[in-house]
Design a protein around this ligand. Structure first.
Ligand code: ASP
Ligand code: MG
Length: 409
């Protein structure tokens, strides 16, 4: 008899019918002999609706009141799901984060879980009841309600699984697993049976929206077996594993892309110590996160310094860069927003040479110009012009043999 933590996302509980469907699934798992602890998100669209209400009053609402407001979405879904379970003759009881309790720090809107009391949940399990816990929320040391950041109920699920030493944390969502790439861009994308934590972490940080990145970090740290699967289609989903050997001999697990990048170049900066700090310091002080950084080797006494930031920060980053360029007597600032980042991810890169050159050759054969390159142990990213995104993803998907095998079922 396994102890499972099942987390259901917003679309999975997006309507009364869907809530009833989730209740049926939980009832079925329970009748197979499993003990279940459930975590839910707010009904689809609800958190956005609440955010809009707040912003209609104040564009920068008080963070404590914001959490008071946002946490209400999950209060609705836990109660409705507990009612639906009871209607299926499954004894169930809903809990807010503070009732469990899920203890967090006091960083409103982005709180971190510090400890979870498990007594009530274990007592429910022992009494064959199903606890239904509100995701995304907790309580700070002063008894204030906190929330964990958008997508935070994934982290609630993983943290509960860790605290309860659950056999598996199952993240039920609207896709049936983790894919080799986004099927909307490459229809031949294939569901992966397994992926390693490190790869999943890269994919999440590169913009794949399947799991909140913090939940993956948490699962890695506490060794929580994690599975992503669909609420609507039966199937094994994708298991996120710790062992690399299990990933057979696949070199590359997936291709991620990010449309939210913009590129800035401070041209003709003097080539001397302290220049990188002089440019990136003020960018950091403006609270702008820098992603990729490239500085050329100087041929004469000047060089070009290029970096990327989130597209939302483009205007502000340009202003700061102009100011620095003037101070450094650089030649000027060039910028581009018509760019995207495409990345290959795979632990196989560690033990195989030649992945990068294979990637660049495949892109070159399609006439796709690479503007920037960055690598890590298990990732190679390139920045290219946005109009080539689809072509680049499909080309690489094919070059690395990621398509669905014709024999797969
Ligand atoms: N309801 C919250 C959100 O929309 C938390 C979650 O869904 O994970 O971000
Ligand atoms: Mg979510």
């Amino acid at each position: 008899m396994a102890l499972l933590v099942q987390k259901y996302g917003g679309t999975s509980v997006g309507s009364v019918e869907r809530i009833e469907h989730v209740a049926d699934k939980i009832a079925a798992a329970r009748s197979r002999g499993h003990r279940i602890v459930v975590v839910v998100s707010a009904m689809a669209g609800e958190t956005d609706r609440l955010l809009k209400l707040a912003r209609a009053i104040d564009l920068r609402p008080d963070p404590r009141e914001m959490d008071q407001l946002l946490s209400s979405g999950e209060q609705v879904s836990i109660a409705l799901l507990a009612m639906a379970l009871r209607k299926c003759d499954v004894p169930a009881r809903s809990y807010l984060g503070g009732q469990v309790a899920i203890h967090t720090d006091d960083a409103f809107n982005k709180a971190r879980i510090q400890a979870i009391d498990t007594e009530r949940l274990l007592a429910d399990c022992a009494a064959a009841r199903v606890p239904v816990v509100a995701g995304f929320q907790g309580i700070d040391p002063d008894g204030n309600i906190t929330t964990l950041g958008r997508g935070g109920s994934d982290t609630s699920g993983v943290a509960l699984a860790a605290a309860l030493h659950a056999d598996e944390c199952q993240i039920y969502t609207d896709v049936d697993g983790v894919y080799t790439t986004d099927p909307r861009v490459e229809p031949r994308a294939r569901r992966l049976d397994r992926i390693t934590f490190e790869e999943m972490l890269e994919l999440a940080s590169l913009g794949s929206k399947v799991l909140q990145i913090r939940s993956v970090e948490f699962a890695g740290k506490y060794k929580v077996p994690l599975r992503v699967l669909s609420t609507f289609v039966e199937g094994p989903g994708t298991l996120i594993t710790f062992e690399e050997e299990s990933v057979e001999d696949a070199l590359i697990s997936g291709i991620a892309f990010n449309r939210d990048e913009s590129q800035l170049t401070v041209a003709g900066v003097p080539d001397r110590p302290g220049i990188a700090a002089a440019i990136l310091g003020p960018i950091g002080e403006a609270n702008i996160e820098v992603d990729m950084i490239v500085q050329n080797v100087a041929a004469d006494s000047t060089t070009d310094f290029t970096f990327t930031v989130h597209r939302n920060d483009h205007e502000r980053a340009c202003e700061v860069a102009q100011r620095i360029a003037a101070e450094l007597r650089a030649k000027g600032v060039r910028s581009a927003t018509d760019i995207v980042k495409v990345s290959l991810v795979g632990v196989g890169m560690r033990s195989h040479a030649g992945i990068a050159s294979k990637m660049f050759t495949a892109l070159a054969a399609e006439g796709i110009n690479i503007r920037m390159i960055s690598t890590s142990e298990i990732k190679i990213s390139v920045v290219i012009q946005d109009k080539y995104l689809e072509l680049a993803v499909r080309t690489l998907h094919k070059a690395f043999g990621l398509e669905a095998a014709s024999t797969s079922t």
